[in-house]
Design a protein around this ligand. Structure first.
Ligand code: GDP
Length: 294
């Protein structure tokens, strides 16, 4: 199995920690220098075993998103990245001799980290999420849930969903794989938990003879997989299990298909225009040489 995720958000929102928690290893070096003032896109890869399935996980980390004074190019860089991967897939598909083991780099989901300010989305978030939602499955998440009270979590969730609804930006519909997730959350509508509020942490602690990943807080510890405090486990289960195939199917059947249709119809328009133009071009040429076309 292969999955490619794009992780986007402001610097310091916890993207690297989330990835390292998800992967159970420091895929992204923790001592990496921060402080870039423009968007950079870095690729990482690892293998995860989930429920007996080997998953080859590609991680595309967009750092420095919205961190500079001029953020005008952030969205276009991300759009270009996603479209470039579609273009590579299209080129491969159009080859007469296709490579058997071609490297498919299309993005299956973008996980959009939102800082919980209690004020909803920034105009840049709206602009970016709109562009992303036209090209891939968008999964918004609220980071650092341990710093929020239950009321603050609800308030942030409501503000963000209000802004997404007003801007008519769709987010990934988890209910498509509802049967599998429903077993995890009896009586809960998963869409009511969007954006999921996550806590990430790579430290380990033995609790009741079991080892857990935790985040240490001044007043105690939070288990990252404790559903009472964090939707991390739910998100992990959706990404690497319940929704994995649906995320891939949506990418292939909806987003890539949209790109492919657009590109091929543009190309065919150009060809038609070209052939429509050529007679008049020859007419011009023959007129120029003194021969009158009948
Ligand atoms: P990035 O710049 O988005 O990749 O953010 P990092 O993953 O480097 O995290 C920035 C800081 O936030 C680090 O000090 C992390 O330990 C901390 N952090 C990450 N996740 C959480 C979280 O869930 N809760 C809290 N309280 N801090 C977090």
């Amino acid at each position: 199995m292969h999955l490619s995720i794009l992780v986007v958000g402001e610097m310091g929102t916890g993207k690297s920690t989330f990835i390292n928690t998800l992967c159970d290893e420091d895929v992204i070096p923790v001592d990496r220098a921060h402080g870039r003032d423009e968007l950079s896109i870095e690729n990482f890869n690892t293998t995860i075993f989930e429920g007996g399935t080997k998953i080859n996980l590609d991680i595309v980390l967009a750092s420095g998103f919205g961190d500079s004074v001029d953020n005008s190019t952030c969205t276009s860089k991300l759009v270009k990245y996603i479209d470039d991967q579609f273009e590579a897939a299209l080129k491969e598909e159009c080859k007469i001799l296709r490579t058997h083991q071609s490297n498919d780099t299309r993005v299956h989901a973008s996980i959009y980290f939102i800082r919980p300010t209690g004020r909803g989305l920034r105009p840049l978030d709206i602009q970016c999420m709109r562009a992303l939602s036209e090209r891939c499955n968008v999964i918004p998440v609220i980071s650092k849930g341990d710093l929020l009270t239950v009321e603050e979590k609800k308030e942030n969730r409501e503000c963000i969903m209000r802004d997404l609804r007003n801007a008519e930006i769709p987010n990934y519909d988890f209910t498509a794989s509802f049967e599998d997730i429903g077993e995890m959350l009896p009586g809960v509508n998963i869409q009511d938990l969007i954006p999921m509020t996550i806590v990430s942490g790579t430290e380990r602690k033995i609790i009741d003879n079991m080892e857990y990943k935790v985040r240490k807080l001044p007043h105690g510890i939070v288990r990252v997989d404790d559903p009472a405090h964090s939707d991390f486990l739910l998100l992990r289960t959706c990404l690497l299990g319940a929704c994995l195939q649906d995320l891939k199917d949506m990418t292939e059947e909806v987003y890539y298909e949209k790109y492919r249709t657009k590109k091929l119809s543009e190309a065919s328009k150009r060809t038609n225009l070209g052939s429509a133009r050529s007679p008049s071009l020859s007419k011009v040429k023959s007129e120029a040489s003194g021969i009158t076309a009948k």
